[in-house]
Design a protein around this ligand. Sequence first.
Ligand code: FE2
Length: 289
Amino acid sequence: MLPRFDGRNFTGVTVEMRNAFDRDGVLVLDGLVPTQMCDDLRTHMNGMIQSFDADEHASVFSTTHQTHAQDAYFLSSGHTTRFFYEEEAFDNNGTLNKPLESAINKVGHAMHDTDPVFSRFSRQLAFSELAQGLGIQSPRLAQSMYIFKQPHIGGEVVCHQDATFIRTRPNSCLGFWVALEDATEENGCLWGIPGAHKSDMPKSLFIREGDGTRTHVLDETPYAEEKRVSLPAPKGTVLVFGGLFPHMSSANRSDKSRHAFTLHVIDGDADYPADNWLQRPEDMPFKGF
Ligand code: FE2
């Protein structure tokens, strides 16, 4: 069982928090985000879905089948707001078999810059203090995602390290994972491998190459998944973990959704390679808190 900290009265990173983060690779802060803020973000996202033109945008997001990888819609989503469907939301003829709000896997990847509500949520003081307190000198907000983990069809996310996808030299990726609803083992909460983050590089790199991508494997040894622990997160809990912390989540076969918001911050002083999949146009650089 990993230590859990009370985030309700968070005023900065304590020595105990920093020690837990350094030792385990993840920091669990219960109640850091007020539940009303979680509800407001869910309501706002629902409004975005209602005004979304489903015929214009269609892309399936899957970590088990990387069908999205060559998809220009995905590759050009680093500076805008795009919608990705669950794999199981389509029938054999490729027709959507669910209402839109039950069919979307995630929305990404720059709502923190393109949408005022997401910008405010992403730039809340606690996140800025956490980034500074956990060693990011010049924080830059690189990526945001709203993840639905839909009832019955919410897809599995296989074990991975976020630095595979958001790489800097040296590694500086820091992820904030916010439970917008109760996340339990039944509806697909995160799992992680404590202490498995102590390497210099991720096991693989997800590289942009021309109009597509490829995965470059650096270390073929499998993750020690037998050592994984579940990270249940009541609504408002924030999990903070670095880019080298291996984590995963199971499919959601329950009848409860598991909405979450994630924000990834990097250090503006680190080098951001041009072959990272997520790129910004020159006139829209990553910004700070
Ligand atoms: Fe991740």
